[in-house]
Write a protein that binds this ligand. Structure first.
Ligand code: SAH
Ligand code: SF4
Length: 399
């Protein structure tokens, strides 16, 4: 090997193995002239046992561990803050660099533990009821940054012992006995506008050598990126939730601006195509309840017409208010009447329980607070700050 080559290896940035699925790990091993099964061993150490220090991977040969230590790393984003609610809902805020943060929420229930993860820093869709939308789009997360949320949360929940009702995590136990049995892409960002990285992270979630989650227990939530719904159905069908939020195009154009590109009729057709591949035989339609905007009984009747065109369940979401939106949550009576109207028409309807209210664990809430507090955009434009995270206390961090 020439001198120039050895210098370049020494200065190359480390390869982050966090974002490589078992196939990619095996490919790296062959590139190095190692046996592909080393890739399987690595995947188990990293994703199943949550180990990031190569020296602790005791069944790997010493020389191999040394090589990994020089050339690779297993890294997720640093945790800026960690909050635990009275109902044991957990919320982590991850630093994804350049003044951006994303959040992850864990919701324990009797029969399942759901992790809600982010796919982008900010979001370009700009729905007026969503605080992530107000941040604008910052950047796509990488596979390592997406899967790192699951990796870190599982490690943290197992270590802290805060959640004791479910038994220890291990791939042998029944899915609903795992601390994290379900993953939903309902944090920050539009997952289908970061397709490649989301697909890579889905593959790791489903792989038996990594997290081994069932397709039925991993849910992509989308505002309706029609062509990518078709690709997902082909590449990696998992459970699908569609953010409908309005029963006609005029209103949906305002509430979910992407509707101007992919209107309701195209969206419903894409849902029906997706169902041909989906692991579940229904689509979940999410419908946020906004006072005097989309919560009249006339809206419910229009919604029934749409719901009859696709096998579906409807999940009514009480709006989580924030100052900039100027919108209000529908009253409990309104939600009840709306829900009853749908149910009377034979449509399976649920109302989302609010969890972790004392730690603002609703979508986009904490990162939204940061934005509010620092007014990052104006201040950045005025050249006052570099980072909108600079005045947030670091409660816990990890390198
Ligand atoms: N971009 C994707 C996934 C992330 S948003 C999507 O829109 O589906 C996940 C869910 O949170 C969506 O259904 C969204 O409508 C909802 N949501 C966003 N802001 C909210 C708020 N302030 N209160 C309640 N739900 C909200
Ligand atoms: Fe983006 Fe979803 Fe928020 Fe709309 S609701 S702005 S699509 S994250």
């Amino acid at each position: 090997m020439s001198h120039a080559q050895s210098v370049s290896i020494a200065t190359d940035p480390p390869i982050n193995l966090m974002g490589l699925d078992p196939v990619a790990l095996a490919a790296l091993m062959s590139e190095w002239g190692d046996k592909p099964f080393r890739g399987k061993q690595l995947s188990r150490w990293i994703h199943q046992r949550g180990v990031s220090n190569f020296q602790d991977m005791t069944d790997l040969a010493l020389a191999f561990r040394e090589r990994l230590t020089t050339r690779c790393e297993v890294a997720c984003s640093s945790v800026l803050t960690r909050h635990v609610s009275r109902d044991l809902t957990h919320k982590w805020l991850f630093d994804v660099g350049a003044g951006n943060a994303v959040e992850t929420v864990y919701i324990p229930e009797d029969d399942r533990g759901t992790l809600c993860i982010s796919s982008q820093a900010g979001c370009a869709v700009a729905c007026p009821f969503c605080s992530t939308g107000y941040q604008g789009f910052n950047r796509n997360l990488s596979v390592a940054e997406i899967i790192g949320q699951l990796w870190w949360a599982r490690h943290d929940l197992t270590q802290s012992g805060a959640v004791t009702r479910l038994s220890q995590v291990d791939s042998e136990s029944a899915p609903d006995q795992r601390i994290i049995s379900n993953v939903v892409f309902m944090g920050m960002g539009e997952p289908l506008l970061n397709y490649d990285a989301v697909l890579g992270s889905l593959r790791l979630m489903l792989d038996d050598l990594a997290y081994g989650l069932s397709r039925r227990r991993v849910t992509i939530s989308t505002s309706g990126v029609v062509p990518m719904m078709d690709r997902l159905g082909q590449d990696c069908p998992v459970a699908l939730a569609v953010s409908l939020h309005a029963p006609n195009d005029a209103l949906r154009d305002r509430l979910v601006p992407l509707n101007k590109k992919y209107p309701i009729a195209e969206l419903l057709a894409a849902c029906n195509r997706y169902l041909a591949h989906a692991p579940r035989d229904f689509i979940t339609f999410e419908y946020i309840m906004l006072d005097s905007v989309n919560d009249e009984l006339s809206h419910a009747r229009e919604l029934i017409d749409l719901a009859q065109q696709v096998p579906c369940k409807i999940n009514l979401i009480p709006f989580n208010p924030f100052a900039q939106s100027g919108l209000k949550r529908s009253s409990a009576n309104r939600v009840r009447a709306f829900s009853q109207c749908l149910q009377d028409a034979g449509i399976v309807t649920t109302v989302r329980k609010t969890r972790g209210d004392d730690i603002d664990a609703a979508c986009g809430q904490l990162a939204g607070d940061i934005q509010d507090r620092t007014r990052a955009k104006q201040r950045r434009e005025n050249g006052i700050i570099q980072s909108k995270l600079q005045d947030i206390p670091v409660v816990e961090s990890r390198q």
